[in-house]
Write a protein that binds this ligand. Structure first.
Ligand code: BES
Ligand code: MN
Ligand code: ZN
Length: 499
């Protein structure tokens, strides 16, 4: 992990160090403490704004040499747009914009967390701090030479000047754990597949024990005993043995049913015997983005001591072609007893999830389950990279996810389920087949999963477009995005934590 940013909180009246960052609205108005820090230089700033056609639009930045009288090296003015209509997510973006101005040589920055009508709230300031860290993240573990002038100072020391430094510091402890969770998920997605295979992934998930998470690792023998023939069929062509990991955080009422999160953890997806074309196959190292999110989420919840009972479960396999690999035409028996005819060995994610979802429904009996999976290329065609596809048998859960998505910026868009789609996955030889043909590929995949939730309230998030390879944003410059960690942390915080 490359997280070279240190964020501290100081009072609004503190002297600036390094780059001074201030906020203005779309009429270029600034708050009282900011006006004081700028002093007589405010007229020069206005001239610079006019020259650069800077109008204070939300997220726009005016970056100038600090004028005479401003005690800083550089002055960065960030537009807050219409200050009254700002959402939590906007402050995250502001942090990202500020972090983008840290160059390799810049060590210090002071950010005045103030809007025209006064100091930002602690939550808003903390969102800026989170945005700074998310933006500055880089995965450079395997680069032996660092380039000059790369974004994100080698060691940046940032002071957020806020109304109540103690309150902000306290709030950032929890928010910082969530950022750590996102970074853990990004690291896992970015890791190469020769390093991160099922056993190694299980080992990394087991590190959650340090936070008081109970971690149980099921090996191949244990899964055979449970009858997880669908998951094991996918992994049987790999020299790397499959694993299922169950993580349990008991921060809620004793004995209360937990909420559960399930992740697809295909550490590499060649397609198996139905092998994928070579172009971009390297991207399939990220086919464990669902499992990565679940591990990052469990980290966030445990580290911030969430007052909820939560189970995370991930199915870890490698989908490889081999003499022992499963074939199109094979029929496997899932843990549920339902049989599946394999039509295409590249539709492996649903086979992995079938057994893990059933395991969780039966053994954990959760209030609900949300699974995350880089499941179909079809969802990328349908929704692009800005929304994950959401499928659910429960309107309340779907509504809550939709809202948490808008609040965090990890957006979801609901897609349909329905018995009409069932005939597309009926098989002439088994209870079902693992692909439904070209039409509605993401829907038939979800419809397949629904057969393994046993009536449990459930939502499936198809994150093939959002977990990796999405265009860079204000708060993410990395291939692996860590999508879903903040979404689900928010879902738990808003609805399932004891107050
Ligand atoms: N892991 C892929 C889906 C995927 C594609 C994720 C692109 C991220 C980017 C999944 O296992 C897969 O291969 N799905 C097939 C299903 C098909 C064979 C029914 C697909 O989407 O083509
Ligand atoms: Mn596949
Ligand atoms: Zn896959």
């Amino acid at each position: 992990m490359s997280d070279a940013i240190k964020v501290g909180f100081v009072p609004l009246s503190s002297a600036a160090r390094g780059i001074l960052v201030v906020f203005c609205d779309d009429s270029l108005k600034v708050g009282p403490a900011t006006a004081k820090a700028l002093g007589g230089a405010i007229e020069i700033v206005k001239r610079a704004a006019a020259a650069a056609a800077f109008k204070g639009k939300s997220g726009a930045a005016l970056d100038i040499l600090a004028p005479e009288g401003v005690k800083a090296a550089r002055l960065l003015v960030i537009g807050a747009g219409k200050a009254a209509s700002l959402k939590a997510n906007d402050f995250l973006k502001f942090g990202g914009v500020a972090a983008s101005k840290l160059s390799a040589g810049t060590a210090a920055m002071t950010i005045m967390a103030e809007l025209p009508d006064g100091a930002m709230t602690s939550e808003q300031a903390v969102a800026i701090a989170s945005g700074l860290r998310l933006r500055a993240y880089k995965f450079d573990r395997y680069k032996t030479k660092k380039k000059d002038g790369e974004e994100g100072g080698s060691r940046a020391d940032i002071s957020l000047a806020v109304g109540d430094a103690n309150a902000a510091k306290k709030a950032f402890t929890a928010a910082g754990h969530v950022v750590d969770g996102v970074i853990i998920a990004r690291d896992l997605v970015n890791e190469p597949p020769n390093v991160l295979f099922p056993e190694e992934f299980a080992r990394r998930a087991s590190q959650l024990r340090k936070l008081g998470v109970k971690v149980e690792v099921l090996d191949v023998k244990a899964m055979q005993k449970l009858g997880m023939g669908a998951l094991l069929g996918v992994g049987q062509g790999s020299a790397r043995p499959s694993r299922t990991v169950i993580m349990r955080w008991d921060g809620g009422k004793k004995g209360e049913a937990p909420v559960a999160f399930v992740g697809k953890g295909v550490c590499f997806d060649t397609g198996g015997i139905s092998i994928k074309p070579a172009g971009s196959m390297e991207d399939m190292k990220g086919d464990m983005g669902g499992a990565a999110c679940v591990v990052g989420l469990m980290h966030a919840l445990a580290a911030r001591k969430a007052k909820a009972n939560v189970v995370g479960a991930i199915g870890l396999v490698e989908n490889m072609p081999d003499g022992n690999a499963q074939r199109p035409g094979d029929i496997v028996t899932s843990m549920s007893g339902q049989t599946i005819e394999i039509i295409n060995t590249d539709a492996e994610g649903r086979l992995v999830l079938a057994d893990v979802l059933w395991y969780v429904a039966k053994k954990v009996k959760p209030k609900f389950m949300v699974d995350l999976a880089t499941l179909t290329g079809a969802i990328v065609v349908a929704l692009g990279t800005d929304h994950a596809g959401m499928f659910s048998n429960n309107d309340e859960l779907a509504e809550r996810l939709l809202t948490a998505g808008i609040e965090t910026g990890d957006k979801v868009w609901r897609m349909p389920l329905g018995p009409e789609y069932d005939k597309l996955i009926d098989s002439q030889f088994a209870d079902m087949k693992n692909t439904g043909g070209r039409h509605g590929g993401s829907i038939t995949a979800a419809q397949f999963l629904q057969r393994f939730v046993d009536g449990t309230p459930w939502a499936h998030l198809d994150i093939a477009g959002t977990a990796m390879g999405a265009p860079k944003t204000d708060i993410n410059q990395s291939w692996g995005s860590g999508y879903g960690v903040r979404l689900l942390d928010r879902l738990v915080a808003d609805h399932y934590e004891r107050k």
